[in-house]
Every structure is written in C-alpha cells, then in structure tokens.
Design a protein around this ligand. Structure first.
Ligand code: SAH
Length: 351
C-alpha cells in the first residue's frame, strides 16, 4: 500500500521534461537552485545527442541528476502501426499515455522529407470534407507529445526530416500555447536547431490566434485552408467561417503577411461541381489580387461528406483561369492515398 502510494506521488509530482522550452527549463531549475546553464546541457543531451536518461548525462553533477530524477520524466509515444504507401509516404499510428492515439505522416519527395504533425486528438471545427474532425475534439496534445512525433519518426526513419507541417489531425491554432512551445523547442539552437522557415502551421482561419502569432514573430510559415472565395459556400463546408468570416480573415492575413514580410499560402481543395467553376476561380482571383501569397490546390481526397473528386478538365480549367490572372499556384500531388495518409484522411482514436 505504502509503496503504491509513494509511486503515485512520484508520478503526479514529476513533469515531462519535453514540455519545457529552454527558457522555461532554465527558470524551473533555477527555482530549485540549479544554475541555468544546466538547462542548456540537458537540452543538448535530449535533442542534439538524443539521450533520454539523466543518468547518462555525464556533464551533469550527481546532486543535479537526483534532483532531475525527482522532478522530471521523459514521455514517449508508443508506436502501434507503421504503414508504407506505394509512393513511399509513411503513416505512423502512435498511442498516447491516456490510451488515445494519433497519426503522423512522413512524406519523402526528392531531397525534401516532410513530417506532417498532429496537434490535437480530434478537432472541433467540423469541416465537412475532413475525417479528422468527424468525432469532435477529445483533447489538445501537449508540447511533449508534439515534439515526440518528431523524435519518434526521426528515430524510425533512414532519412532526415527537413520540413515540418502542422497539417495532421487537429487545428493547431486551437492549441496555441502548446504549438508555440513545440516550435520553440524545435528551433532552439542548443537542441534540434530546426529552421523556422521549414515549419508551417496550417489553420482553418482562427483570427485572434493569427493576430497573436503575428505578435510573437516566430518566423514560421502560415497556410490557411480557404477552399472557397465565396463566403456562403465557405460557411457551408467550413462552419468556422460563420464565426470568422472571409472578409475579416483576409484583413488579418494581409496584416500577418505584411508584418512577417512573408507570403501566406492558401490551401484550396478542389471539389467537383462545388468550387471549381470559372466563376469560383474569378472570385478567388478577386479575393487574392494584390496580396503577397501562394495558392496550393489540392484535389479532394476521398474522405467523408457528399463531395466528389474534380475531373481532369475541372482542374485544368481552374488552373488556366489562375494562370491567365498571373496568380502563383501549385497543384499538390496527393500522397499516401492507398494507406489513407492524405489530407483529410487522418483519424484519431479514443475510448
Ligand atoms: N485544421 C488545420 C490543419 C489541417 S491541415 C487546417 O484546417 O488547416 C489539413 C489540410 O487538408 C487542410 O487544408 C484541410 O482543409 C485539408 N483537407 C481536409 N480534408 C480534405 C480532403 N478530404 N481533401 C483534400 N484536402 C482536405
């Protein structure tokens, strides 16, 4: 009994060290009388040398090690499944400490290796075409759980991760605090030292957090899931548009890209007969005219809802309109469809 009680106490008193940014770890340690430099050493051990055991941190004193052991633990994701697509995209199913599970996707493309990260267990924004939000939101991921997706995939993969996109399960800006922490951990020079411009956040358009992000000047790239330049159609397929309508969203994005001095990317999923007509293209052109931005067209991936994939001619006609207007766009190849690893196909599980 006593033993169980002590074990329980130990678990509730300790914190996941991977939830801490360097500056948070410095302050947590200095409150306990440890020199702040020790936090740099720990960061270096965990993220540069990839050692997750305080006992092996040879330049940390014995007293500090026992203090660390009393106060911190290392969280880990359990890998439940790893699937490889014919196009070499890989999907990972990870179990979290509470038994819920999330998916992450690794996409190789030439010498670019992109990790698609999940930010939440589920999603509350119910975009009609996306499976990830079909059961609502269970909970936010912690910064440690986000960072662990990177650590696990980079351990399992033969190729280095060169880019990260918050385009997996969840709405990253709805888990703002943890996303910012994870980005600070990823980009910390003493640790992984990941380039900030190699990280993209994708949002369905949460205006207050876009403004907050702009104030933080993190330097990461921003993508916005637009999918229609018509306010009414957008509200139908993305209910978030009723709360944060297109006009106000565009104002927030213009000021974001002006203050970041970097173009915002607009994701535009092409749904047959819904948003691919000449008129739809013209509305998009009008909406984005004069703005420093990129457009990423994504042909709809079979997922959920009453949508259909666009025909080749719908895609071509839409692209031609954008080209005539001189808008810069890319047509994204859907990757990993055979293992359900494409946009909108990822799924979180919980009890
Ligand atoms: N919640 C964030 C992050 C998700 S990123 C956001 O909305 O941006 C996933 C991207 O895939 C988003 O652009 C999303 O709108 C898009 N998507 C979702 N379901 C899709 C589908 N079935 N086909 C194509 N794109 C889809």
């Amino acid at each position: 009994m006593i033993c169980d009680h002590l074990r329980f106490k130990a678990i509730i008193m300790t914190e996941d060290v991977k939830n801490y940014t360097l500056s948070e770890l410095k302050s947590a340690l200095s409150e306990k009388g440890v020199v702040s430099y020790c936090a740099c050493q720990i960061f270096n051990w965990i993220y540069a040398k990839r050692i997750e055991n305080f006992d092996l941190m040879t330049d940390v004193s014995k007293e500090t090690k026992s203090l660390l052991l009393e106060n911190f633990y290392f969280s880990k994701l359990k890998i439940l499944k790893r699937e490889t697509s014919l196009d070499k995209t890989e999907k990972f199913l990870f179990e979290l400490n509470d038994g819920a599970s999330i998916e992450s996707v690794f996409i190789p493309e030439g010498n670019r290796f992109t990790l698609c990260l999940s930010s939440q267990v589920g999603c509350k924004y119910s975009c009609k075409f996306c499976l990830s939000g079909s059961r609502g939101l269970k909970r936010n991921l912690t910064a440690g759980e986000i960072v662990n997706q990177y650590l696990a995939v980079s351990d399992l993969s033969n190729n280095p991760i060169t880019n990260m996109v918050f385009m997996g399960i969840g709405e990253p800006l709805d888990n703002f605090e943890m996303i910012v922490k994870a980005i600070r951990i990823f980009t910390e020079h003493k640790g992984l030292d990941f380039g900030k411009r190699r990280i993209s956040i994708s949002t369905c358009g949460i205006i207050p957090q876009i403004q907050q992000l702009s104030k933080l000047k993190l330097g990461v790239k921003l993508s916005v899931s637009l999918h229609s330049a018509d306010c009414e159609i957008r509200s139908k397929i993305m209910p978030v548009n009723r709360k944060y309508p297109l006009g106000e969203l565009m104002k927030a994005l213009k000021s974001f890209s002006e203050s970041e001095k970097y173009p915002v990317t607009f994701e535009y999923a092409l749904f047959g007969s819904l948003n691919t007509s000449k008129l739809d293209a013209q509305k998009l052109i009008r909406l984005l005219r004069g703005m420093n931005c990129k457009i990423n067209l994504i042909p709809y991936n079979a997922s959920q809802g009453a949508f259909r994939q666009p025909t080749l001619s719908e895609v071509e006609d839409f692209c031609n309109e954008l080209e005539k207007a001189g808008l810069f766009y890319t047509l994204r190849k859907s990757r990993g469809q055979d293992i359900r690893a494409s946009c909108g196909q990822l799924y979180a599980l919980w009890g």
